[in-house]
Design a protein around this ligand. Structure first.
Ligand code: THU
Length: 130
């Protein structure tokens, strides 16, 4: 199983592929499932701004496309623009959809270049579930 730092490094590599000519805000993400598999994503923007896709949701979509049947245990987020790059509300809801449990971890690069870790329960308390 990969370490938090390895996941952050994979998110950083994905960030290099981000397509963000409108915001110039570049994001990469790496999602780890309990199968041990990892999936990366980057943000992909569009001239019609609202159609832009976030890095985290692209990573989780890639898992589904690849046939992943496991549950999400961690996701690392990296932005070359900002430390502690927090996931947007929509991405938090997506994480809740695929999470293994309430202790699923969201990992970011802290100011001192270490890993800051939050749980989905901390970032999306009382989230919507069917
Ligand atoms: N973005 C992400 O990729 N993930 C987030 O959680 C928040 C925002 C992207 C979307 C857009 O391309 C750029 O960052 C600026 O909002």
């Amino acid at each position: 199983m990969r370490s938090n730092q390895e996941l952050l490094d994979m998110a950083k590599a994905a960030c290099d592929n981000a397509y963000a000519p409108y915001s110039n805000f570049f994001v990469g993400a790496c999602a780890l499932y309990d199968s041990g598999n990892t999936y990366v994503g980057c943000n992909v923007e569009n001239a019609s701004y609202g159609l832009s896709l976030c890095a985290e949701r692209n990573a989780m979509s890639n898992a589904i496309v690849a046939g992943e049947k496991g549950k999400l245990i961690k996701i690392a987020i990296y932005s070359k623009n900002q430390k502690n790059c927090m996931p947007c509300g929509a991405c938090r809801q997506w994480m809740a959809e695929f999470k293994k449990d309430k202790d699923m971890e969201i990992i970011m690069e802290s100011e001192d270049n270490k890993c800051a870790v939050f749980t989905i329960e901390q970032l999306l308390p009382y989230g919507f579930m069917l």
